[in-house]
Design a protein around this ligand. Structure first.
Ligand SMILES: Cc1cc2nc3c(=O)[nH]c(=O)nc-3n(C[C@H](O)[C@H](O)[C@H](O)COP(=O)(O)OP(=O)(O)OC[C@H]3O[C@@H](n4cnc5c(N)ncnc54)[C@H](O)[C@@H]3O)c2cc1C
Length: 335
């Protein structure tokens, strides 16, 4: 059923109060086909959990909320399992389901908000793991041909917070199912960030994947604002990847600038450090601003607009360019 002028406040983690001209839900690719056949040539927006979008105005056309559910085993042996999930499953619930079965690979990605279907969009990642590391394939509906197509990791062209679905195929496909190849032996990835410190705090020296998940959850809860309490979309900007020569120049002025290995000749900088160093951390403009503990996160304290937060992000981008000659890029999808 297509509804008109539906408020989207409850459908985006920033909590912005824009409306959708038209809104409908689908829970199968057949339902999706039917909805699209009656709505040819209208602008279309596929909505998951709304945790990576910034609504700056009324959304024209049809907003389709993906509610395709279901988790099933496609292939299994003593070493691994290929598990396929409906795109409308909640990501964290899917991760917990896999952990419960002792399928290893997703535990470092615990508590990332959003849906399974959006996870390949920007190759979600955290604590040293990205979904590309355990991705098997996805099934996506081609809006033009009305056919379901299968994509492997190579075809998805995954990069840092990137995939082909954010680039050349943007707006052309609806991801309906995503499958992951998970290991039956625990592959422990605890060297990144504060995971080891957190495990030490808990007195755990030989962690299970359940322990790793718990540690990741505890770290995330202590560091990131809960969207249920303060509107936000997680990291608003990507960490910039720049040539080593630029890092060397910056090091002369900022010897302590954090920088990490990347592809040959390039280094990754911490956008949060740059924003904090430029004096933005904790800046508040009444009902919106930069989070007080995490400079990478822009927040809506309630009652602000997406346009205000967008303008703030533009000012931050300009300032970082002036101060460090670094071009920040938004991670969040602007609507
Ligand atoms: C507190 C917080 C912490 C976060 N931490 C992380 C983190 O650690 N790592 C990380 O990578 N991200 C993080 N994020 C960002 C976000 O959780 C992810 O990007 C997540 O995958 C978004 O899922 P979603 O279902 O909410 O997508 P939405 O916000 O609904 O959509 C995002 C984009 O994907 C498109 N899309 C969604 N579903 C489909 C589909 N089925 N088919 C086609 N297109 C689709 C939408 O059209 C939109 O362009 C965080 C966000 C928050 C609020």
């Amino acid at each position: 059923m297509i509804e008109k002028n539906i408020p989207l406040k409850a459908f985006n983690t920033f909590g912005f109060n824009e409306t959708a001209e038209e809104f409908a839900r689908f829970n199968s690719s057949e339902e999706l086909t039917e909805l699209l056949q009656h709505n040819k040539n209208k602008p279309l927006f596929i909505l998951g959990g709304g945790s990576n979008i910034l609504l700056t105005k009324k959304v024209e056309g049809l907003v389709l909320k993906n509610d395709i559910k279901g988790i099933k085993i496609i292939e299994e042996n003593n070493d691994f399992v290929i598990v396929e999930s409906g795109a409308g499953e909640i990501w964290h619930n899917f991760v917990l389901h896999c952990i419960k079965q002792n399928w290893s690979g997703l535990e470092n990605l615990s508590l990332i908000p959003g849906s399974v279907g959006a996870s390949p969009m920007q190759n979600i990642g955290a604590y040293g793991v990205e979904i590309k590391d355990v991705f098997a394939y996805l099934l996506a509906y081609n809006i033009a041909s009305e056919e379901i197509e299968k994509f492997d990791a190579e075809q998805c062209k995954f990069g840092y917070r990137e995939s082909i679905f954010k680039q050349s195929l943007k707006g052309k496909y609806v991801i309906c199912h995503v499958a992951f190849k998970l290991s039956k032996q625990a592959i422990k990835n605890t060297t990144y960030g504060a995971i080891e410190d957190e495990l030490n705090k808990l007195g755990i020296s030989n962690p299970s994947i359940q322990d790793i998940s718990k540690a990741v959850i505890a770290i995330r809860q202590s560091k990131l604002p809960d969207p249920a309490l303060i509107g936000n979309a997680g990291s608003f900007f990507k960490n910039p990847i720049v040539p080593e020569t630029i890092v060397d120049t910056l090091k002369e002025i900022y010897p302590d600038i954090p920088n990490y290995p990347n592809v040959t000749g390039m280094r990754k900088l911490a956008a949060g450090w740059l924003i904090e160093k430029a004096g933005w951390k904790g800046k508040s403009y009444g009902n919106y601003g930069v989070h007080k503990n995490q400079a990478l996160v822009l927040v809506n304290y309630g009652g602000s607009t997406g346009k205000e937060v967008f303008d703030l992000s533009s000012e931050i981008i300009r300032d970082i360019k002036t101060k460090f000659n670094i071009e920040l890029e938004r991670e969040v999808n602007i609507m």
